[in-house]
Design a protein around this ligand. Structure first.
Ligand code: GLU
Length: 493
């Protein structure tokens, strides 16, 4: 049997460091077994998936130096590698499960399901579908289908006993069937859910080892059941430990930038970031901290993965990146890297239309534009306070602006402006005083070019990171206060 692994990102946002981490371990395991590694795009959530996100994910993984043998960009014999192009395949498989009685059509309205859920919560019962449509007679189903009633397809799940399976790293895992919901497999629009598409594709793409994050452990029973229903061999499961913040909570963008694009813009070397990801729960046999991808691939052994939650610590990453810069790059190479990164004509050309109006000498470009090629800015709390708002309001402006900007999908000047204007209006603050602290947080000075243009040039990740940094500088927002602010923010909207 050829070992085949895969990474299956959903293109619903920025390329996440966790995706690169799981991809790296999949690639390393396949390599260690003389196998193959492929990339599949799981874009069944049509409302949230975008081609821009898919492109950003592929570009970011390539930038890191990860390569796959098959995928949407380089093809392969088991394609298409994008789930939105495989709808017919899933429908046939859902039909097969209906025919064999392993799935049933469910006509329940969302009103009924909402009421059921509310009741279950009130009764402190487990929340889940109660199986009402499981017992519909064939005639009734046929009549309702003929009437064109909207429905979904759900899988049958035993209500008693346990699902026991083996995890390559964790050994035997048992989960009660009663905890597993009667999962929707096909949505009312005929699109599959993740669970059906994932299992069908892993089988058809001949994946031998499913190596993914531990957040999927609870889905494994549904998947295993689907393999059984179809009469297919189950792949080996391996659930990697989740990346964590320094305080050991699950890696979250509130505490740590999680987008690879942020690290790119900060000026981390792809080799160093990949090296650091390789140290997440894994170490070289000689425990050395700095190693290249080929060095890792040469000695990789998945059994060396330790399950204690690996901490993604930006300070450690910076330290490692510094070693890479000092020890691995000649001055000539470093100059090349700097040019490739941001010290180039493209950066200038994007900035000059704005900067030109404010220049008297060429040297003015340095103070005007240094914030564009900086990481976190060397600003002090007083700088933010000097923008003229009361301290509480200052925090609110920064936090609300951040939340609003986190929901901007297409990052461009108009969307940034409209988002910020909405918040300012809702808070009943004039745009000028509202934007004043944002100028400091984003560009370090109130004399900078329009803050919307700055954000557009900096990109979403760096802009949000600087807002978060400003909030931290002011002492941050504690959990309790954050909850209160969240409520107030929701009321604004
Ligand atoms: N599409 C899933 C994700 O975004 C893939 C999970 C899996 O590897 O099974 O993480």
């Amino acid at each position: 049997m050829t070992v085949r692994t895969r990474i299956a990102p959903s293109p619903t946002g920025d390329p996440h460091v966790g995706t690169a981490y799981v991809a790296l371990f999949n690639m390393a395991f396949a390599h260690s077994q003389g196998g193959e590694f492929l990339l599949r795009i799981e874009d069944t959530d049509q409302a949230r998936s975008t081609p821009e996100s898919e492109k950003a994910i592929l570009d970011a993984l390539h930038w890191l130096g990860l390569e796959w043998d098959e995928g949407p960009d380089n093809g392969g014999s088991k394609g298409p590698y994008r789930q939105s192009e495989r709808s017919d395949i899933y429908r046939v498989h859902a039909d097969q499960l209906l025919d064999t009685g392993h799935a049933f059509r469910c006509f329940c309205s969302s009103d009924r399901l909402d009421a059921l859920r509310a009741q279950q919560m009130e009764d402190k019962q487990q929340v889940g579908y109660d199986g009402q449509c499981m017992h519909l007679g064939q005639d009734e189903v046929a009549t309702r289908l003929a009437k064109g009633e909207s429905h979904v397809v759900r899988m049958q799940v035993p209500r008693e006993g346990q699902c026991t399976f083996n995890d390559m790293l964790r050994g035997e895992i048992s989960i009660d069937w009663a905890q597993i919901d009667l999962q929707i497999l096909l949505k009312a629009d005929g699109m599959p859910t993740y669970h059906l598409a994932n299992v069908v594709d892993d089988h058809l793409m001949e994946i031998s080892h499913v190596i993914r994050g531990e957040e999927w452990i609870n889905s494994a029973p549904k998947h295993i059941l689907l393999y059984q229903y179809f009469g297919w061999d189950t792949p080996v499961f391996c659930h990697l430990p989740l990346l964590r913040n320094v305080d050991k909570s699950k890696l979250s963008k509130r505490k740590n930038p999680t987008s690879i694009l942020f690290y790119q813009r900060m000026g981390y070397l792809p080799e160093a970031l990949l090296n650091y990801l390789g140290r997440m729960g894994w170490s070289m046999p000689d425990e050395r901290e700095k190693f290249t991808l080929p060095e890792m691939l040469e000695v990789f052994d998945i059994q060396r993965v330790s399950l204690g939650g690996p901490v993604f610590d930006v300070e450690k990453l910076s330290w490692l990146n510094g070693m890479w810069i000092r020890e691995e790059l000649t001055d000539e190479q470093l100059a090349g890297r700097l040019q490739e990164w941001a010290l180039n004509r493209d950066t200038l050309m994007a900035f000059l239309p704005f900067a030109k109006q404010r220049m008297e000498t060429l040297s003015d470009i340095a103070p005007l534009g240094s914030y564009l090629v900086s990481g976190m800015l060397p600003i002090a709390p007083e700088d933010l306070k000097s923008a003229g708002l009361e301290e509480d309001q200052l925090l609110e402006v920064l936090q609300y602006a951040l939340w609003r900007l986190e929901s901007v999908q297409q990052w461009n000047r108009d969307n940034i402006f409209n988002g910020l204007k909405n918040v300012a209006d809702a808070m009943d603050i004039k745009l000028k005083p509202f934007l004043a602290p944002l100028f400091i947080a984003i560009a370090g000075s109130s004399a900078s070019i329009s803050v919307m243009d700055s954000m557009n040039l900096l990109g979403a990740d760096m802009s949000r990171a600087r807002l978060r940094h400003a909030i931290e500088l002011l002492g941050g927002v504690g959990k309790k206060k954050l909850k209160k602010m969240e409520k107030a923010y929701q009321q604004l909207a």
